[in-house]
Design a protein around this ligand. Structure first.
Ligand code: MG
Length: 387
């Protein structure tokens, strides 16, 4: 952004509209100031204990209706999985059960239950899995009750136990409960991001098992496979079903809900990853125009008007805003420079607002040392030693 012209480079802080200049101002990479009151607040949702958040898509709520409506086999036809006592039960050789709706980045909640009596060993003990993006990535489901190094009754490979990103990363700890008890997954999945064929980010999995963090933003090496290392070699689609694995063991699932997440790369106007100067500036200009349209340039409280225009400057210093500032600040500066001490004391709050707001702008190099308004205000404050 170009530097302000000397004469118009001061600022006055009005109590309401200048809150946007309370913190550091917008930059080439940030459309918003720090603590910016003009920045939209997030949508309010409800999140009560024991029920899905109000913006969640409930895929299975324990009813046959939600089972039949939301789930299918991998061909889109009826699944052979069973609806049993308000749960989904895997059936050997039925194949994975798949959500009819497809998803990209998600927060996923699902509860699962290994058989009460687990037969078999290793990967045969209540094996299933939670798959993201149409079967690409598996968070392992398995009885892992006795795989602790100090109580190894059930030897297993670490990258294949419950909480593992299968074949890639073991869970940080093993917080599983006994066979037959319900286990809870809360999963945050971000898919790989490609720019054309170029990989920008490999995607990630964050997993809480029974409320305990077991995968801490694990960056995916590639699709999860048995025995094989993989890589994120090329784009494979941005949406896919959520699936639960048929691995031949009777595992139950319940309380399945999902929240669709915006891509972390979707916001190109505030700092992170793919911030684009052009997008940032376009939004800044839009904000500036909206703010300027609300200003009554004939308001006799000139310090308020100056403050409002300077808030606009923080986003955009278009010549029309500069011209408006000139019209307002010239008579105001003339007025305050003529104040006697009593008047200055009486209006010192207005002066301090100007000084403080100017300092924010000056600190952020929106205005420079030659700012006439800042210098004029400081001259009056210094002249009468106002505190
Ligand atoms: Mg599995």
């Amino acid at each position: 952004m170009k530097k302000l012209m000397i004469f118009f480079a001061g600022a006055v802080c009005a109590t309401s509209v200048m809150a946007g200049l309370y913190g550091d101002t917008p930059t080439d990479k940030h459309a918003w100031a720090v603590h910016d009151m003009n920045r939209p607040n997030p949508k309010k949702i409800s999140a009560e204990p024991g029920v899905p958040p109000s913006d969640a898509i409930v895929l299975f709520d324990g009813t046959q209706e939600s089972f039949e409506k939301n789930w299918c086999n991998d061909k889109g036809g009826p699944t052979k999985w069973k609806f049993v006592n308000g749960t989904l039960e895997s059936v050997a050789r039925a194949g994975n059960i798949c959500s009819r709706q497809t998803f990209g980045d998600v927060q996923l909640h699902v509860e699962w239950q290994p058989p009460v009596k687990v037969s078999g060993s290793g990967q045969g003990r209540g094996n299933s899995g939670v798959f993201l993006l149409g079967g690409m990535y598996e968070v392992q489901v398995l009885d892992s009750w006795e795989t602790d190094p100090d109580n190894m009754k059930n030897p297993n490979y670490a990258d294949g136990q419950a909480g593992a990103v299968y074949g890639q990363n073991p869970p940080l700890v093993n917080p599983t409960r006994k066979p037959g008890e319900w286990q809870v997954y809360d999963i945050v999945f971000h898919q790989p991001i490609f720019d054309g064929d170029k990989l920008v980010h490999p995607g990630s999995l964050t997993v809480f098992l029974n409320g305990v963090l077991v995968q801490d933003h694990w960056e995916l090496e590639g699709p999860t496979l048995h025995c094989r290392r993989t890589s994120q070699s090329k784009p494979k689609g941005t949406k896919g079903s959520i699936q639960f694995q048929d691995h031949g063991n009777p595992v139950h699932f319940r309380n399945v809900w999902v929240r669709e997440l915006p891509s972390r790369y979707a916001n190109t106007t505030h700092g992170k990853f793919l911030a684009k100067d052009a997008d940032v500036m376009a939004l800044r200009k839009e904000i500036a125009a909206k703010l300027f349209a609300k200003i009554d340039l004939n308001n006799p409280r000139k310090h308020d008007v100056i403050a409002q225009i300077f808030e606009v400057f923080a986003y955009d210093k278009d010549e029309k805003y500069v011209a408006a500032m000139k019209r307002v600040c010239e008579p105001w500066l003339k007025e305050i420079s003529a104040w006697d001490k009593e008047t200055a004391v009486q209006h010192k709050g207005e002066l301090f607002h100007v000084r403080n707001a100017a300092n924010v702008l000056h600190r952020n190099k929106v205005i420079d040392d030659n700012c006439t308004v800042r210098n004029g205000v400081n001259a009056v404050i210094k002249k009468y030693d106002l505190k």
